[in-house]
Design a protein around this ligand. Sequence first.
Ligand SMILES: Nc1nc2c(ncn2[C@@H]2O[C@H](COP(=O)(O)OP(=O)(O)OP(=O)(O)O)[C@@H](O)[C@H]2O)c(=O)[nH]1
Ligand SMILES: [Mg+2]
Ligand SMILES: [Zn+2]
Length: 373
Amino acid sequence: MNMNKLGWNEVLQKEYDARLLNLQNENEAKQLERLFPGRIALEQKNLYNVFTSEGEFKAILADKLWFNAFDRQELPAVGDWVLLSNEDGCEQLKIQKIMERRSTLSRQSIASHGRKFDKSGTSEEQVVATNIDTVIMVIALDFDYNLRKIERYLTLMWNSGADPVILLNKADQCANPEELKMEVEAISYGIPVHTMSAVTGQGVDELKKYIAPGKTITFIGSSGVGKSTIINQIIGEEVMEVGDVRDADKRGRHTTTHRQLIPLASGGNVIDNPGMRDIKIIGNVENLNLTFPDIVELKKHCRFRNCQHETEPGCAILQAIADGDLTEKRYKSYLKLGRELAFLHHRKVHRQIFNKNAKSKQKILGTKIKQHK
Ligand SMILES: Nc1nc2c(ncn2[C@@H]2O[C@H](COP(=O)(O)OP(=O)(O)OP(=O)(O)O)[C@@H](O)[C@H]2O)c(=O)[nH]1
Ligand SMILES: [Mg+2]
Ligand SMILES: [Zn+2]
């Protein structure tokens, strides 16, 4: 495989070369020397598919990587560049190390799943995909269209470090796609918004502009919005499985069950994702402010610096709502997402303390085991 098309670049090469600096002993040098890079294409219950310069292979986690991971974020995700070893007598390659992530799209995982890695009992970050250049949120212009949902996704997308794009699909099912596009543009402040139909192919050329050798794009959105159909349109072939939507409410049936990185013949890479259910945001106030620049600006114009925007005279937010420049729904959405982020921050701090304690306990345990040997 051509590694540059897959996304390998100078920064990664530097990191790779640096593995041989500051080595402790010859043994370590020998071990590190034989590691080679690969990119995670698929994950299925701790069994991975990786692309290397030699092709596609199965890989498993090295014991050390597994043992040292306290958060799921510390395990490989689709899109990751990893360092691999090929050991005698082992059918699969072994993933020894995750290389530094250039961007990370994550969400809050649903705590009720009782994840093995949720050792602290708090909700945790679930890495959706990494090393992405452009993250494209797909909204279907039929059942799925909802401005509040777009605001929620935008906060998540700003947190990723990848460039956000909004794609309004199923334009063929909608009487006024251009009107809705303008409505979305009014709340997305300069983020590109496109309309398309993955069935007729209308708008696909505009989308192809985001694809370039070495670049990676990913599609996120609810089940049934057409993510896999769009990818098939881009490729020009039925590569991804596509599922019917339910008759009653036009929602999808969760056809795509695994994230998957697909290298395109032209040299770009696409990651398909399973449909997201009820998405929980992740991030910080900065991401929220990027999603709501209008509200950030308005707040600066309140008469009182500590204005709570409830009943105060000279409140620019209340004035904007009264004038119809800001909808109450949008302001409420801002407050709601802000509350969610504050709650999340609280849990995260708790979790960091827990992990720190657990890690030091593990160290002590490790030393004791060594002493016993
Ligand atoms: N009319 C119309 N139907 C579309 C369009 N795009 C996708 N569909 C249909 O929507 C259904 C769902 O498409 P998928 O591509 O499987 O949706 P998905 O987002 O990948 O769904 P999951 O894999 O479940 O997350 C299929 O029946 C597609 O044919 C479109 O632009 N217009
Ligand atoms: Mg799909
Ligand atoms: Zn105010």
